[in-house]
Write a protein that binds this ligand. Sequence first.
Ligand SMILES: *[C@@H]1O[C@H](CO)[C@@H](O)[C@H](O)[C@H]1NC(C)=O
Length: 400
Amino acid sequence: MGLSSYLLLLMVAGTAFPRAMADCAWDKDTEFPAPYPPLLFSVAAERTVLPVLDGANRVVKLANGEEVITACPGTTIDALGLEAATATCTSSNKLRINGQDWDLAELGCKSRPKESLQKNLGPCGSGGEMHQIGFAIPGYGFYPTITVCFDPIFETTLYSNYIVRGANIAAQDTNPDRPSFKSDTGFFTVSADTCYQQDSQIALMDAILGDSSVIDVGKSFYFARGHLAADADFVTEQEQDATYYYINAVPQWQSFNNGNWKYLEFSVRDMAAAHGSDIVVWCGGWDVLQLDDVNGNPVDIFLGLTGGEAVIPAPDITWRVVYDPSSNKAAAIVGVNNPYLTAAPSMLCSGGSICDQLTWLHDINYSDYEAGAIYCCTVQNLATAIPNVPDLGSAGLLTS
Ligand SMILES: *[C@@H]1O[C@H](CO)[C@@H](O)[C@H](O)[C@H]1NC(C)=O
């Protein structure tokens, strides 16, 4: 063995994963500052630099000379006393900031970096107003992670739009600590917290149906805060935590939320990981669920009636469109938000469900209506029934 290959072998053996010479690589679990890592933002790529799975390691990589903004939005990089700083990867796996070299581990945030909202960005969908959840990155601007189209009249979200990072999702953070949902200001005329409480739902059903037995907590028949952009669809803890806004949720029966809808979410992440590329998602609620009162008359279900307002409807269905821009293929999946459904749902798209053509869907039980009846459509077909479904032109069907 020549001396140079011997030295190379030594270098490789000394670290948990091979680092291309001169490039930077940090293990997300052992070489990142804790407990509050900064965001690493690439201005050139207009996105956060995320870990990839490298064997069993979650590794964040930068090329030698590559520039990132290390940012602690809403707080500071403790060692620098700055909210953000531009850093360059050096050949010795350091970050050079204003001529000084730092280990990434030294650049932790003083407290948890915070997402923020950009509101009232213009009209969207059928009577909606656009807002964004994301991070204000000094030296760049606002980096949106979720675009929300919110209906200010019914105080419900028409859709959330975001990206599942297929190349990174398998290396996501898995901190089980979850924040509580935030209302923020300017969206709701009632307390969303109160509306979603189980005892509020029981009192509401007594009042509007004359009977509260539809709420059956033991069977998971109660309205949960149904994430539209799912927390687990994001890679970093900061981006996951930024999903916890009431404007990114609609009332979903828990048996559905934790049933077929959850398996749909799993399927999308697994498909994105298999593609290894960005998958764009739009996810929304549509129409208002009706339940029969004690006299057999259908009643619209608005959780906001708890606060005396016909707002925060429980949607009749929730839909999800997934789009792979690299192949220009897409599919639309609909879930029926009614565990009391007794017959196959009347579909919003014509020609019958095409779920059997979407080979990436897995674990969905199509005959379990308590877990949410599921059917599939082309995006173009569903868009004829739901104006908030995106116009993806002649995109093909995402079958695999
Ligand atoms: C699917 O749901 C039906 C109806 O609840 C149930 O009878 C059946 O056992 C389920 N199938 C599987 C594979 O879990």
